[in-house]
Ligand binder design. Structure first.
Ligand code: HEC
Length: 124
């Protein structure tokens, strides 16, 4: 019993509990992305569908994807898509960017939003 407990500590030390948790979040976030976002957004660079590519979106200024015709509201929002801003935006897009062309009502579950943003951060 005692050495199983110690073994657990050693394993946690090798893999790093934090990175295991983040990997799971991003995997869950990919599922959220597929069901909620991929109909309009591609995770691949230079691939715009109804919405702009979300490749390397985390940390990017709003309205920067070449060849995508943004609304004035999105282009001139002055926002930087850092995790905190994405969290607010994805919860209620039309409140954070009034007049956005993104006709998505918002992802209400904060855990799903956190997973989704962890996934978006892997797109680079
Ligand atoms: C019905 C289609 C649609 C869905 C679903 C959708 N979006 Fe969008 N999204 C858009 C459009 C269109 C724009 C451009 C908005 C504009 O120009 O006003 C946009 C813009 C964005 C932007 C700003 C990009 C930039 O370069 O400034 C982000 C970030 C974003 N969407 C993330 C998401 C995420 C994450 C999801 C899934 C939860 C999602 N969107 C779901 C259509 C959609």
């Amino acid at each position: 019993m005692r050495h199983m407990f110690l073994g657990g500590i050693v394993l946690a030390g090798i893999f790093g509990l934090g990175s295991v948790a983040r990997a799971q979040d991003a995997a869950g976030g990919e599922r959220v992305f597929r069901s909620q976002c991929s109909i309009c957004h591609s995770p691949r660079p230079d691939r715009n569908i109804i919405g702009p590519s979300l490749f390397s979106v985390v940390g990017r200024h709003s309205g920067m994807v070449p060849g995508f015709h943004y609304s004035v509201a999105n282009r001139s929002s002055g926002l930087v898509w850092d995790p905190a801003t994405l969290d607010r935006y994805l919860g209620a897009p039309n409140k954070v960017v009034p007049g956005t062309l993104m006709t998505y009502p918002g992802l209400k579950d904060p855990h799903q939003r956190a997973d989704l943003i962890a996934y978006l951060a892997t797109l680079r």
